[in-house]
Ligand binder design. Structure first.
Ligand code: PLP
Length: 455
């Protein structure tokens, strides 16, 4: 077996890591973290440290780690048929079964699922399908897409543009033309403190209406949003937000893309965020929870309305030139089938709802009154603690203070993983759905201790 020192050296010399401070890592200023095993809600590294993963990897290991039902299904699929493509109508038992399972669970007005690999490519697919759709309908000008500041939709050229976080734009020449950003639906951070929640929603609507009026509704194809802002700080929408936004979109014939990469398959305690907030999207993006990250797989789900137009266009345009080699990969599909089955057999969505509510309630009780905690919020198995410099004066930390990073480091050294969200001062939790109440208590107690240690 290779020693940790050798692995550490090879890592720094050869491995170009995503979302990492490249220079610090190469110089060895940050520790290499070599993960070697995991079970249920815990991961283990090569130094024998075992920690409670309060973020389920990147909020994706929803079923928990080490599930034999899923790994056996993967092994069986790999030995029987490791690959065949899905072009020109090809399928496998796994991919066809998974498509049926996804569509049986998706909102009733949705029609078909196009399988990809990850959330970014699934969002790219949805945007391409939307443009294709508008071209078939003879409205080639209707192409712009509205996203929200602090939305996260991926790291590709288009999806990185849709993402409303400056870290993902700076020095990459993003956003591309044709992508617009409207206000983040974050009531806690509203600029005008006089606004009630209803007034803040009215302000979000007004901003959107002004943007549409300025650009022209006939140039705007879609509005994309996560049912709950995720990477942008785990922000559930204010009361009435989605109903009001959907009314504007319907009025102007603008499609809704619900990015359910995080919320799909139970994270909010409902099968989809669209069910949870009564959304009627034209497109839904799914990824993480589809396979609980046992294998890469994503999906772009289109509504009946969209499908009818695409099908009609096919007779005029022939084969649709959009495909990935690994679309509907049989190993990913087998993982998806076993994962969705397991989640239902064990009622993990029910557990996400119950233990998630408990986690949020206990977190609020434990740290809600701390002078540097401005807000504790969440929905389902999502929870966030927002740190503030001055609670009464509502002053925020400078991102350069890296307050969140410090708290998360203290938390990790006590044995719990939380995530410093990119704004710098929000600590996020999104544990596996199998979290127990005792593990929720551990997250809460150690978060409290970490906040007291740093602040
Ligand atoms: N959309 C949302 C809401 C996400 O949270 C993410 C990733 O975190 C993505 C899209 C991108 O998914 P991926 O990283 O699999 O490309």
């Amino acid at each position: 077996m290779l020693t940790n020192d050798v692995l550490d050296q090879w890592d720094r010399e050869n491995f170009f890591h995503p979302s990492t401070h490249l220079a610090q890592h190469a110089r060895g200023e940050s520790a290499s973290r070599i993960i070697s095993g995991a079970k249920d809600c815990h991961i283990e590294d090569r130094n024998g440290n075992r920690v409670l993963d309060g973020f389920a990897g990147l909020y994706c290991v929803n079923a928990g780690y080490g599930r034999r039902e899923i790994t056996d299904a993967i092994a069986k699929q790999a030995s029987e048929l490791s690959y065949y493509h899905a072009y020109a109508g090809h399928g496998t038992e796994a991919s066809i079964t998974l498509a049926k399972m996804v569509m049986d669970r998706a909102p009733a007005h949705m029609s078909k699922v196009y399988f990809g690999l990850g959330g970014s490519d699934a969002n790219e697919t949805n945007i391409k399908l939307l443009w294709y759709y508008n071209n078939i309908l003879g409205r080639p000008e209707k192409k712009k897409v509205i996203s929200r500041w602090r939305g996260y939709h991926g790291s590709g050229l288009m999806t990185g543009s849709l993402t409303g976080l400056s870290l993902f734009h700076a020095k990459f020449d993003l956003p591309l033309d044709g992508v617009l950003h409207t206000v983040a639906p974050d009531f806690f951070r509203r600029e005008n403190l006089e606004q009630s929640e209803a007034e803040f929603v009215a302000y979000c609507v007004e901003h959107l209406e002004e943007m549409i009026a300025l650009e022209g509704a006939d140039t705007i194809a879609a509005f994309i949003g996560e049912p709950v802002l995720g990477t942008g700080g785990i922000v559930p929408p204010p009361e009435g937000y989605w109903a009001a936004i959907q009314a504007v979109l319907q009025k102007h014939d603008i499609a809704l893309i619900a990015d359910e990469v995080v919320t799909g398959f139970g994270r909010l305690g409902s099968m989809f965020g669209s069910d949870h907030y009564d959304l009627k999207p034209d497109f839904i993006t799914i990824a993480k929870g589809l396979t609980s990250a046992y294998a890469p797989l994503s999906g772009s789900i289109v509504s009946d309305k969209v499908w009818k137009v695409l099908e009609q266009g096919a007779d005029e345009n022939g084969v649709m030139g959009h495909g990935w080699t690994y679309a509907a990969h049989p190993i990913g599909a087998a993982a998806g089938v076993a994962n969705l089955q397991l989640i239902e057999d064990l009622d993990l969505i029910g557990n996400a709802r119950d233990v998630g509510a408990y986690l949020n309630q206990q977190m609020r009780a434990a740290v809600g009154d701390h002078p540097h905690v401005g807000d504790v919020r969440g929905e389902g198995m999502l929870c966030a603690v927002e740190l503030v410099k001055d609670r009464e004066g509502r002053k925020f930390y400078d991102p350069a203070d890296k307050i969140g990073v410090q708290v998360v480091a203290a938390l990790l050294s006590s044995g719990v993983i939380g995530r410093a969200m990119p704004q710098g001062d929000i600590i996020g939790f999104a544990p596996p759905f199998c979290l127990t109440r005792a593990e929720a208590d551990e997250i809460v107690e150690k978060t409290k201790a970490a906040i007291h240690q740093v602040l």
